[in-house]
Design a protein around this ligand. Structure first.
Ligand code: SDX
Length: 394
């Protein structure tokens, strides 16, 4: 027994790996990062404190926090030649396509003569990734709209600096709105880590071969992009826009139940949570807070989301299957309200999840007996048979 919770040793022996980073109880809707409940972290700390927590095992004191912030800030710029890498992409490339390519290419700039088995080298890599992902994400956006890249401003907060690089231009400063800055930082926290999800497992599996951390992060970005995973936030907002008005909700609920139709309600359901996703609770409350503080009154998409959740939660199809809103259900509405374009939603998820990915990569490389991942299979193909000469084959 582990004090707060007990686990069945049988479960641990069948689990894919052991980790000290994040604990999820899907039945109870519990999410802990190094023992701290997500709702407390999201409302009482900031993203860089959570990065420190995930990497070091506990929250920083004031001195540790100041030092960590300074070290991250030191690495916010990217190598000048990376700018020309962006120019190889078509202007209308999806920003996630750009991020997949650029993340892997970072190996060529930052991994030379680094040793993945040296703890200091691993920590330097983590600092570089935490610092550079917002810069690269903003560059992907700027490139897609044909505006010049904006350099980081190290006197701004982590979220404030990202907003500056996204929305400032050489002709006009971006004045950071504290409401938007806090909402974005909270969204980063809510996406920071989530145990062995598909993209984190992709990072671990890639890393288990000894691949360099940037190549592994690229694997994580690729996996996250899928609409069943991190791509759901973009798909969810597009679905809510497609529904458009509250009176069209029953039509989409019926589509989701129609077995012949592969349509699924984006932002609903989860592999592990068979109760409410605790992140969705915080996200929903933040959504209402932000719209109120930004004085956004009638937000049709929010009305559709609130009514869709209400109907789904009283519908036996969803109750039987334990389908509740997940982290992606309300996040898109907040991002939309603070001016983030829809095709950047999953990039925001990747930016925030990078700390989780690299912390799991470090934890795996710290294990003395870490071995290459090699999932097995249940073979259901042809039995053994002999090759026949080509002119004798049907
Ligand atoms: C994330 O793993 C993580 O931790 C991921 C994540 C993280 O932080 O890393 O939490 C982030 O990826 C959240 C999930 C975002 N994805 C979506 O919102 C996409 C929509 N959701 C579904 O695709 C689905 O719910 C999954 C993929 C999230 C989970 O799928 P499961 O648990 O494998 O469920 P299932 O496919 O076995 O479905 C069980 C039943 C099926 O019906 P029956 O065949 O039993 O009749 O529930 C139905 C499904 O058809 N169902 C849905 C549904 N999700 C499942 N029906 C309608 N709408 C949905 N969204």
């Amino acid at each position: 027994s582990h004090g707060y919770f007990t686990y069945d040793p049988g479960f641990v022996s069948t689990a894919s790996c052991k980790s000290k980073i994040t604990f999820i109880d899907g039945e109870k809707g519990v999410l802990l990062h190094r023992g701290y409940p997500i709702a407390q972290l999201a409302t009482q700390t900031d993203y860089l404190q959570v990065c420190y927590l995930l990497l070091n095992g506990d929250l920083p004191n004031a001195e540790q926090y100041a030092n960590f912030k300074k070290r991250v800030t030191y690495h916010t710029m990217v190598h000048e030649q990376i700018n020309s890498l962006f120019k190889a992409f078509r202007r209308d490339s999806h920003p996630m396509a750009i991020m997949c390519g650029i993340a892997g290419a970072l190996s060529a700039f930052y991994h030379d003569n680094l040793d993945i088995y040296d703890p200091e080298h691993r920590e330097l890599t983590a600092l570089r990734l935490i610092a550079k992902m917002p810069t690269l994400a903003a560059m992907a956006y700027k490139y897609s709209i044909g505006q010049p890249f904006m350099s980081p401003k190290n006197d701004l907060s982590y979220a404030g600096n990202f907003l500056h690089m996204m929305f400032a231009t050489p002709c006009e400063e971006y004045v950071v709105n504290p409401v938007i800055e806090k909402a974005l930082d909270r969204i980063f926290i809510l996406h920071a880590d989530h145990e062995q999800n598909a993209s984190t497992s992709s990072v671990r599996l890639a890393g288990s071969s000894g691949a360099n951390p940037y190549a592994c992060i690229a694997a994580g970005i690729a996996s996250l992009w899928g609409p069943a995973h991190g791509g759901a936030n973009e798909a969810c907002l597009r679905m809510l826009e497609r529904i458009g008005t509250v009176d069209r909700i029953p039509e989409f609920i019926a589509k989701a139940k129609d077995k012949k139709d592969p349509f699924r309600l984006m932002g609903f359901g989860h592999r592990v949570y068979k109760n409410y996703d605790p992140r969705a609770t915080v996200m929903r409350d933040t959504c209402h807070e932000v719209l109120k503080e930004l004085n956004i009154k009638d937000h049709p998409i929010l009305d559709v989301a609130v009514e869709l959740e209400r109907i789904a939660r009283s519908d036996e199809y969803f109750i039987e299957r334990k389908l509740y809103p997940n982290v992606d259900f309300y996040s898109g509405i907040i991002l939309n309200a603070i001016g983030i374009p829809t095709n950047m939603f999953t990039v925001i998820f990747a930016l925030a999840r990078t700390i989780g990915w690299i912390t799991h990569w470090i934890e795996m490389n710290e294990e003395a007996d870490s071995r290459i991942g090699r999932p097995r299979q249940i073979y259901i193909g042809s039995p053994t048979r002999d090759v026949r000469p080509i002119n004798e084959r049907e």
